[in-house]
Design a protein around this ligand. Structure first.
Ligand SMILES: NC(=O)C1=CN([C@@H]2O[C@H](COP(=O)(O)OP(=O)(O)OC[C@H]3O[C@@H](n4cnc5c(N)ncnc54)[C@H](O)[C@@H]3O)[C@@H](O)[C@H]2O)[C@@H](O)CC1
Ligand SMILES: Nc1ncnc2c1ncn2[C@@H]1O[C@H](COP(=O)(O)OP(=O)(O)O)[C@@H](O)[C@H]1O
Ligand SMILES: [K+]
Length: 560
């Protein structure tokens, strides 16, 4: 299996569940029981003896899980209040069975509340969420398809305001498990969040994107016995040469190929960092240091002649300096075919970037490009543009955006664009505008995938959660990775990373890894993971300059 954990879209989860049930290996009722039991187990681990629980049950199978949870908690002596926000006759057969089992169990001390649309006195103290030790949100899960009604949101709001732990079943209700957006009818309530979310078999994309990490609280992924079905979902089609692309979370395992075996310095590649004018070289220097720390055999920084003294004064001796005043100087530098990774953008200056981009595009017409397809290297002509692995960041993206289609046409499968949100919107204005809509119709992941498709390149969109996707040709039979998600939010938060220059370091890290020979999509994912890991290891007080210096510690921790 490839590095990283696959996470699932809601459609994939539904397909996996149906396939499991169709195979006869498990029934929906069994799955619901396992799901409910998994939530109760995770709950009791954290709150060992809840005297009172309040369970909010929605109109679908998420609500069905809620009825199982109510029954299991009552079985162990917890006093349970349920609020059912649906209609018995519209429940699925499995949820209806659990509804009825729960109803039959009710006795003194349990309060059965029908739909509040009917005449229920919700002001009675017996119904108050505030007197519960735990509140279980089983209103909506993977089937949520519109904003959460504000009356339903009020229950969550009461719980959070009352300081009661909220345990979300599969998802905090209102969270879209594909986009990670949170939508409530009426006014937005940013304080609503789960203390714990228990999801089933695999995390869903929406737990990791946008608001997902913050809204979900601690995320527990409970095994409900569908692991073989998950594998079958991905590996079965691969055996038939119809691989299903996966969406994966970055993990430390990605960095494993960076382990340095002994070898000539060129075995570890030669990275070229294009720098800007005197007085503006800090960003490129950060990138150069980061590339060096990632083990690039050689790092050359190319800058205007009059900036050489300044760069020499503040760079390690290991970084070579070369003059680059005119576009033709870049052509000459690129005649050295040992240069196998390029970084253009940090501190480059938009005008200078505009004159150098065409040279990089020209270079990609090399008749014998090195091309990565999956993990295999090709050095012959392929029916798509390929060229030297190149990171385009910052000023190169701004300059590129101004060049429009010509810029996109100059890209190739070994190009990695590393925009933040603003730069992304400059390069892909329509996608940027759609992401900014009040109710966006596409997720960040969709936007990045679409951008990668148009650019025929790797796109890494920076933010608290970084999303990476590639449009690279695939080898038949190899399960492709479609996207990587590097979460640095919620429980994985590394807020110190939001510091000036940290993006320049990321560009340098990725360039260094490219020089080491990793394929572009892997290099981008590995770089995003290392970048956050370095920040996490350093902790508060971080400035961008600390990041490259922290990398050796990260590598040591990994035993590389
Ligand atoms: N399918 C399965 O085999 C399993 C499903 N499980 C549970 O089932 C859930 C999925 O069940 P469903 O597909 O029934 O979906 P949900 O229970 O998430 O919601 C679907 C229902 O909610 C309504 N609805 C959607 N959005 C709404 C909104 N904003 N306001 C009010 N009503 C809204 C829909 O009309 C439908 O009636 C999972 O999240 C998980 O908790 C688990 O029991 C494990 C097994
Ligand atoms: N709140 C945050 N939590 C974690 N990482 C963040 C956060 N905000 C930004 N980042 C990361 O910090 C880096 C900032 O890069 P960028 O926007 O290019 O800034 P700069 O131009 O200052 O270098 C990116 O790698 C991004 O993923
Ligand atoms: K829920």
């Amino acid at each position: 299996m490839l590095n990283g954990t696959e996470i699932l879209t809601t459609a994939q989860m539904r397909a996996i569940e149906s396939a499991a049930m169709d195979s006869g290996a498990v029934t929906g009722l069994e799955l619901m029981e396992r799901a409910g039991a998994a939530v109760v187990a995770a709950l009791l681990e954290r709150w060992p003896d809840p005297g009172r629980a309040f369970v909010l049950c929605g109109p679908g199978n998420n609500g069905g899980d809620g009825f199982v949870i109510a029954r299991l908690l009552k079985d162990r002596g917890t006093e349970v209040t349920t609020l059912f926000l649906g209609e018995r006759d519209r429940l699925s057969p499995d949820a209806a069975v659990n509804h009825d089992r729960w109803q039959q169990m009710l006795g003194d001390g349990d309060f059965w509340l029908p739909d509040p649309a009917e005449d229920t006195d919700l002001t009675s103290p017996d119904f108050e969420i505030g007197s519960s030790d735990v509140v279980i949100d089983a209103m909506l899960g993977t089937g949520a398809n519109r904003p959460l009604p504000s009356t339903w949101a009020n229950h969550l709001s009461d719980a959070v305001e009352g300081g009661n732990p909220v345990i979300a079943v599969d998802a905090l209700s209102g969270l879209d498990l594909d986009s990670g957006r949170y939508a409530i009818d009426g006014r937005e309530r940013s304080h609503i969040r789960a203390t714990l979310t228990v999801t089933f078999q695999r995390a869903k994309v929406g737990h990791k994107l946008e608001e997902g990490p913050d809204r979900s609280g601690e995320l527990v992924v409970a095994d409900i016995g569908l692991e073989q079905d998950v594998r079958r979902h991905f590996d079965g089609p691969a055996l038939r040469h119809e691989p299903v692309p996966s969406i994966r979370l970055t993990s430390p395992a990605l960095a494993r190929p960076l382990s340095k075996s002994s070898g000539h310095k060129f075995d570890h590649g030669h990275a070229l960092i294009l720098a800007g004018a005197a007085g503006r070289g800090g960003a490129a220097r950060l990138a150069a240091r980061a590339a060096l720390r990632c083990g690039a055999g050689l790092v050359t920084l190319a800058c205007p002649r009059d900036a050489i003294a300044e760069n020499a004064a503040s760079l390690p001796d290991a970084v070579m300096l070369r003059p680059l005043d005119e576009p033709d100087d870049l052509r000459k530098l690129l005649a050295d075919k040992r240069i196998n990774a390029i970084c253009a953008g940090p501190g480059l200056g938009v005008e200078r970037a505009a004159t150098l981009l065409p040279v990089l595009a020209e270079d990609a017409r090399d008749p014998k490009p090195v091309t990565w397809v999956g993990n295999q290297k090709f050095t012959f002509d392929l029916p798509f543009r390929a060229g030297r692995p190149t990171v385009l960041d910052a000023d190169a993206l701004t300059a590129g955006a101004a060049q429009g289609q010509a810029f996109l046409q100059g890209l190739h499968v070994n190009t990695i664009l590393t925009p933040h949100e603003g730069e992304f919107a400059r390069v892909f204005p329509d996608l940027g505008a759609r992401l900014k809509q009040k109710h966006p119709t596409l997720s960040t992941l969709d936007a990045v995938r679409e951008a990668a498709d148009r650019a025929k390149a790797v796109i890494l969109l920076k933010g608290p959660t970084t999303v990476i996707s590639a449009n690279a040709p695939r080898l038949r039979g190899k399960p492709p990775v479609e996207a990587w998600i590097n979460p640095a939010a919620g429980p994985d938060a590394v807020p110190w990373l939001a510091t000036a220059g940290s993006g320049d370091v990321l560009a340098g890290i990725i360039t260094g890894i490219l020089a080491r020979g990793l394929p572009p999509l892997d290099a981008a994912a590995t770089g995003a993971w290392l970048h956050a890991a370095a920040a996490r290891r350093f902790g508060p007080g971080l400035i961008a300059d600390d990041l490259p210096e922290e990398l050796p510690g990260v590598f040591r921790d990994l035993g590389l």
